[in-house]
Design a binder for this molecule. Structure first.
Ligand SMILES: Nc1ncnc2c1ncn2[C@@H]1O[C@H](COP(=O)(O)OP(=O)(O)OP(=O)(O)O)[C@@H](O)[C@H]1O
Ligand code: SF4
Ligand SMILES: [Mg+2]
Length: 350
């Protein structure tokens, strides 16, 4: 879950409550550029509930990939990650701050405990290597050298993602469709049995039917593994049956968080309401679809006060001056909006 802002704890008193798989404290990603300083993730406090699927949702450029990459200190150079990421490591036998770990320990945790499948990574399979070799290479990079055991596990995982292991292991990446590559990649990411799996827009290159198939598949996988999953997407309704919680990002911050069904049924932030209105329904009247007018802010010079105010139909003077804090409006539902009580989807974006 997302929490109200907290002070960053000193390293010697790292604690993680039961039921929390990972906790980000005042997490930022900062780029210093000739034009100015861009804070492309801006002091985010964030808990991942253990064993649950959390969706991170927001429009393009809102900071979803940067936020997820920051959890593993994997942001593109020369970005700097600030804050803390607390995680209870089984390998290291203690709660650690991922961001302060020595390089060797960080390397051990990545992929073995927290794995991330990057956006578009299905296209980064090495075209000269068969899928089997990708599994073997990944295992060897983490010190697992028993090829037979690796391939045996690969087979089980490929079956779990509904692929034919005999065919896929012997295929080169170009012999698989986009959807098959995406599923093979998910199987590969599960090779070392990570406790936390982050999937960055795994459905974005797929057609509508394949998107639904992949989401159903992930639902089955989660039911079996009960791991902690993060699913990044633009499409809130798509992951309704899969995700338990949703964190809505706007302008490099989380502006709403809660149980996903509550967020969809009863959004309290005008931006979330707008997102829901901008998704075309599978059935029904397409004329009711509304896009949110205006453009996403520049990270170097975001609007003062509430960052959504230039696009918000409810904006008032206080919104232009005072930045709203995330507050709990009941039932683990958090929102950062001065006028959350007045938000009504149909009236707001009609
Ligand atoms: N290498 C970089 N250097 C500086 N700024 C960057 C870099 N990469 C991305 N950004 C900025 O960081 C912000 C957040 O980017 P991010 O990739 O996290 O967005 P996103 O929400 O994942 O978008 P999308 O849905 O398109 O994947 C963007 O506004 C972008 O301008
Ligand atoms: S704080 Fe004001 S501008 Fe921001 S979302 Fe709420 S009503 Fe709109
Ligand atoms: Mg992204």
């Amino acid at each position: 879950m997302v929490t109200a802002a907290r002070a960053v704890a000193p390293l010697e008193s790292l604690e993680l409550p039961r039921g929390v798989a990972l906790r980000a404290l005042s997490l930022s990603v900062v780029y210093r550029m000739p034009r100015g300083v861009a804070r492309v993730v801006d002091r985010v406090d964030f808990d991942l509930v253990e064993g649950a699927v959390t969706a991170i949702v927001g429009e393009s450029g809102s900071g979803k990939t940067m936020l997820a990459s920051a959890l593993l200190k994997l942001v593109p150079y020369p970005g700097r990650v600030e804050g803390r990421v607390l995680y209870r490591s089984e390998l290291l036998g203690r709660v650690v701050d991922v961001l302060s770990l020595p390089k060797e320990q960080l390397k051990r945790i990545r992929w073995r405990e927290i794995a991330m499948v990057f956006q578009g990574a299905q296209n980064s399979f090495n075209p000269t290597m068969k899928i089997a070799e990708h599994f073997i290479d990944t295992a060897e990079a983490h010190g697992w050298r028993d090829r037979r055991a690796v391939l045996e596990r690969a087979r089980k995982l490929l079956e779990m993602v509904m692929l034919d292991p005999d065919r896929v292991l012997e295929s080169y990446p170009h012999q698989l469709s986009g959807g098959m590559k995406q599923r093979a990649l998910i199987a590969l990411s599960l090779l070392l049995d990570p406790k936390v799996l982050i999937l960055d827009e795994p459905t974005s290159a797929l057609d509508t039917v394949s998107q639904k198939v992949l989401v159903d598949l992930l639902k089955d996988i989660h039911a079996r593994l009960r791991n902690t999953m993060v699913f990044i997407t633009h499409d809130l309704p798509l992951i309704l049956g899969l995700a338990h919680y949703a964190a809505i990002m706007y302008a490099f911050k989380i502006v709403e968080y809660g149980p996903i069904e509550e967020i969809v049924r009863n959004p309290r932030h005008p931006y979330t309401a707008g997102l829901l209105k901008s998704v075309p329904p599978l059935r029904g009247d397409l004329r009711r679809v509304r896009t949110i007018p205006g453009t996403h802010p520049d990270p170097i010079n975001p609007p003062r006060g509430c960052r959504f105010h230039p696009r918000c139909p409810l904006a008032t003077e206080v919104c232009r001056r005072v930045e709203p804090k995330l507050i709990d409006v009941g039932g683990r539902h958090l929102v950062a909006c001065h006028r959350w009580e007045e938000v009504e989807v149909d009236k707001l974006w009609s």
